[in-house]
Structures are given as structure tokens and as C-alpha cells.
Write a protein that binds this ligand. Sequence first.
Ligand code: FES
Ligand SMILES: [Fe+2]
Length: 343
Amino acid sequence: MSAIPRDQWYVAAYGTEIGQDLFSRTVCGEPILFWRTREGAVTAMADRCVHRRFPLSQAPSRLVDDQVVCGYHGFTYGTDGKCVAVPGQTRVPRTARLRSYPLAEQDSFVWVFIGDPEKADTAKIPRAPYLDAPGYTTVAGMEPLKARFSLLVDNLLDLSHETYLHGGYIGTPEVAETPITTEVDDEAGIVYVSRHMADAACPPFYAKSTGLQGRISRWQDIEYTPPCLYKLHSRIAPVGSVPNPDGSDPDAFHVEVVYAITPETEHSTHDFWAVARDFALDDDGVSAFLAENNRTVVLQDVEALDVLERVIATEPDGYQELSINIDTGGLAARRLLQRLVTS
Ligand code: FES
Ligand SMILES: [Fe+2]
């Protein structure tokens, strides 16, 4: 049985990736064709011609005035996926229609609904408003992962690995040393994992971007809404600084690290990452540094998880794990994911 929850919203792309040309991405095993109409709306439909399955994203298929013309024999489709012309006859078969996907463009992401379109409710899409809100500057990217998406969920829910896998970037000894607290909101379907370090070394990722030197107060508050959206609210401040009772927090630097974890297939994943900050908003040097550094960190995870996927694939009948306190968040996430698969 598939471990990928269906009837769910998944991030398929950044809005900036989709223009007035044909763009294809596979989500949960389904190849999907995207383009932006001349009016600016994004369309999403099956990337396989109903005639002989030729990919519509594949040249010489082309976009002509908001219609896609199949590059094999010329079947032509409108923005709703309906076939409007076929070669050699005037009558278009009534069933000639590409499956189209419910879609929403929000917080810089293009979300698609995988499963029964009747169940698609855009109000259920989790939010990450900082990614295109005033007061924040964001750098972002996407790395392909040759590993099942649950391995990335495990990875992101337990940040103690930063100390070992990301030493010299975001990891310091205090991350692995400090215990976490985990909470689950079963009704909303959200896992929260927090680690507050009162007095910790400042890793280069934050020292270079904030200018803070020496010891810092470092908070990591994770909020994961299965299956796709993961947010790490990161707070960096001088030791002893706490937010004001009214919520203002002028001495702190805030970084919202967002991941969208989208299965490409059962054994590969689109690893979307974004880093939004509320300081040095116009400093291109800080943007370049954070983009380069975070991509390096993501690639360290990708390399490790690609290895892990190959290793566990050799144990298809199941494998033994040994979980400890640091895994509480990951285990809670697995439970919520399992509930989504079986519900
Ligand atoms: S496969 Fe597309 S028109 Fe024949
Ligand atoms: Fe990591």
C-alpha cells in the first residue's frame, strides 16, 4: 500500500517557476502540466495526451494562445483540459479531456490537490505568509531528493542532527544537547517541536547574517502540518533577551525556515526550501549568503537521505529502528501521516 496520503494539497512549484510556457512536474506519481495563461492564472492538467499518451510538455508540443497543441498528432486542449480540435475530422470525441487539478497560488507556492477533486477545499491549505509578505526578505530553492518523503519528514522533525550533519553551518553542540518538547494538536493535525537554547554558540549561518557574535539565545519552534508544509520559527537574540509581553521582540532576529515536502514518486521527493528573515531586508549580500548556505545545508541532508534510501531499500521486509527522546516529534508526525493514509 502506498505510504503517500491522497486527497491532500501539495506544493508543486514556486509561482515564479511557471510562465507562459509549458512546465511539467510529477507530484505523487502523477505527471502534471502547468502554464500561466495570458491573464496570469496558472493551469494544471495531466501531462499526457489522451490520444497516445505523448507528454504535452515535450517538444514539439507547444502553447498557442492559451491552448496546448500535442506535438505528436496535434490534439489541441484549452485551459480547462477539454480537447477542442483533433486532426482529420471536425467532431471531437466528447470524452477527450485531460484530467485537470484543483489549484491555488498562495504564499509564493503553487498548490495542487492530489486525489478526489470533490474533496479539494482551498481553506485547508496551510499558510506560510512570510514568504511573500512585506517586512520579510526571502531566498528559496528546490532540490531533488532520491529518497521517500517520510525520510525528509523524519529529518526535519529532529534537528539534533544539525550538530553532526551540519556542523560549521547551523549546527553547534547545544542543539543536540538541549532536550525538546513535543506537542500534537490532533484535531488540527499539527505537530509542534520546540527547543529553546538560553545560552548557545552562534553558528556561522546566523553570526554572518545577523552580525551577532559570541553566545546567543536560540529558539527553534517547529510547526509541521502533514503532509506537505513544515515551518521552523527560528529566533536568534542576545543572551537573556526575551520577547515583550505584547509580543514585540525588537532585540531578536527572526528567521522563518519553510519546507514543502512533496512526494515526486514513492521513492523520490521535491525538497522545496525557503528562508525568510525580518532583518537586513535590502542587503543583497545577506540574501546571497543565506541562499548559498541554506542550499549547502539542504544538500548535506539530500546526500545523507539518498544514502539512507538506498540502504533501507535493501531491507524491503522491514527494518529495525531504535527511537529515543529526540524522535518524539518524528514519531508523532509518522502517526499523523499514517492517519491521513488510512482515513
Ligand atoms: S499522442 Fe497526442 S495527438 Fe497523438
Ligand atoms: Fe538537516
